[in-house]
Design a binder for this molecule. Structure first.
Ligand code: SAM
Length: 276
């Protein structure tokens, strides 16, 4: 596909730099620049915004973000083979792309946030670290966080868990955490054929924005309650929450001990955590 930014087509870039996809790094590249632009547009206006991207790979999504006007992109990539391809993009957009070689799980993103411009995070996440990165971005004590939005691509099943609320089969610890601190929705699906190489499952783009005033609640207590409740999700709460106080805790929180984890709203989980 001809590129709108004057840079060479991604297939050529991949071939020239010998970027054969590595499974261990979760490498499924998105080469369709219409799709990468659609992902970037899901983040809303990028004018004056600093974008953090995880796993730019050969730079398809990075190029879309830059072309849409982001003030700056700071991209964290673990695979050193991708750096020369990313350097070409940096040359094309002087001063607007900084690439950090390393493991995104070890990067302190909050410390990198510039004080003068809003931060949005946009990424086609490596499947093996995606959920952990999302959880890390949701856990800080300081809220609202350093980021204004997260636009993230996941396997569809993970996306369903992120947006799930009570009485949904996909509802679990991730849904409670995301529902507590953010408003999340699935923007659109991407079929396996759009990637090189195609993954086994459909992907989805999820957009999350922080709630300004989440229900006051300590993260570690919320984690404790959801871990116990969903660890035995088919059991009644009086059984699954026994190690945390069982019926006494449930009565204190005014919740029927015969209910099951998947029927509790986020607000009720927060009530339980606050009664611990
Ligand atoms: N953004 C590119 C795209 O959309 O075509 C590539 C996405 S690919 C699904 C995931 C990328 O994350 C790969 O480039 C991979 O090398 C990188 N990656 C994997 N694990 C990583 C980690 N722990 N930290 C940073 N990057 C990582």
């Amino acid at each position: 596909m001809a590129a709108l930014d004057g840079l060479p087509p991604l297939r050529d870039v991949i071939q020239r730099h010998g970027l054969d996809a590595r499974k261990a790094l979760g490498q499924n590249f998105l080469l369709d620049l219409n799709l990468t632009q659609k992902v970037a547009r899901t983040a809303g206006s990028l004018e004056g915004v600093t974008v953090f991207e995880v796993g730019p790979g050969p730079g398809g999504l990075t190029r879309a973000i830059l072309a849409l006007g982001a003030a700056k992109v700071i991209a964290v990539e673990r695979d050193a083979r991708c750096l020369p391809a990313l350097a070409e993009i940096a040359d094309h957009y002087p001063g607007r792309l900084e690439v950090i070689e390393g493991d995104a799980l070890k990067v302190d993103f909050a410390a990198m946030a510039p004080p003068e411009s809003p931060v949005k995070i946009i990424a086609n996440l490596p499947y093996n670290v995606g959920t952990q990165l999302l959880v890390n971005w949701l856990l800080p004590d300081r809220w609202p966080p350093f980021w204004q939005s997260l636009t993230l691509m996941f396997q569809k099943e993970v996306g369903q868990r992120i947006i799930a609320g009570e009485d949904d089969d996909h509802y679990g610890r991730l849904g409670v955490l995301c529902g507590w601190r953010t408003k999340a929705h699935m923007a659109f699906d991407i079929s396996p054929q759009a990637f090189t190489p195609p993954p086994k499952v459909t992907s989805t783009v999820v957009h999350l924005t922080p709630r300004e005033n989440p229900i006051p609640c300590a993260v570690d207590k919320l984690e404790k309650v959801t871990q116990a409740a969903f660890g035995q999700r088919r059991k009644m709460l009086r059984q699954s929450l026994k190690p945390l106080g069982g019926e006494t805790l449930l009565h204190k929180a005014d919740i029927d001990p015969q209910r099951r984890a998947e029927t509790l709203s986020v607000e009720e989980f927060c009530r339980l955590a606050n009664c611990l």
